[in-house]
Write a protein that binds this ligand. Sequence first.
Ligand code: IPM
Ligand code: MN
Length: 359
Amino acid sequence: MNLKIAVLSGDGIGPEVILQAKKALYAIGVIYDHEFVFEDALIGAVAIDKTGSALPEQTLNLCLNTDAVLFGAIGDPKYDNNPDAKVRPEQGLLRLRKELGLFANIRPIKPYAALLDASPLKKEIIEGADFTIFRELTGGSYFGEKKLNESGTVASDLCEYSEEEITRIAHLAFQSAQNRRKKVTMVDKANVLETSRLWRRVVKTVSESYPEVALDFLFVDNAAMQIILNPRQFDVILTENLFGDILSDEASVITGSIGLLASASLGTTNALFEPIHGSYPQAKGKNIANPVACILSAAMLLEHFGLHEEAKKIYDGVEIAIGYGVVTTDLNPDSKYGTNEIGEFISNFILSKDDLMYF
Ligand code: IPM
Ligand code: MN
């Protein structure tokens, strides 16, 4: 297969973790005879510094005309600490999601056997947890009208959803549940929010097309508690943009580190793959960032194009690395391995014809 991949490394640890994901893809290309052509482009704070825009037109055009986008991380403290900044790095990613029509963000959560003790949660609680969050990605308060009054004392972010926006992601969530344990949990705040009541109505209607899939509802406050109290109860969680953002960071605690969680952002024609973590500026350039989330995002990219065996090779590589303790210090403070070593281990594993040859 021949794939053209736009590579948007972004800010902070983005470039370091992207490099490891590229190594894994390169290795897959060699072993399975695929040609992956990478094209780099600017986004985020680095793009603002160079062009004044968080998403230069050149980057957008490239992304619109590639098979897939591999994304690193975005954000810089110099903007976080300045509420008056007119241009923000995050705007680049948000606009990209919108322009590419990436309405569904899929975030799988499953602890590794070797890391059951790496989570601050009890092993008995997290063992066997395996669920996927379907987060709506181009609507809600992230994209609704924003207002600030003239004196800067009153602000609002409109949370708006249409039937159509809910329907299209609901179908994806139900289709996924149908191939899993056949349960969708809709997370909302329908006791308070009108948008949540619309979500419930629409999701109930969509569910009629999937009679084998059970549907239940949880208020988001309760869901936040249930995710760490009894994560095994979940199969597919379906939720709106902001709730999905918050709950997925929380859910990462189950796996032991947010540095392990990958995601796919899908639309009808475009696809982007990104770790769920941020730019972790404190770790930039120190060879300590966990590249696994980004490497797994590359595996999700392969899956998206039907390259399941290739994706599995990456999943196996990650699992073996973790099994052998080849992890970054977020998972084991005494570890001597860094970003680069993890990436090397995984790409060497892929390149070794005999799986055990590496050891
Ligand atoms: C994420 C991030 C982004 C979001 C930020 C960087 C805009 O937190 O992908 O989860 O809020 O969606
Ligand atoms: Mn987030």
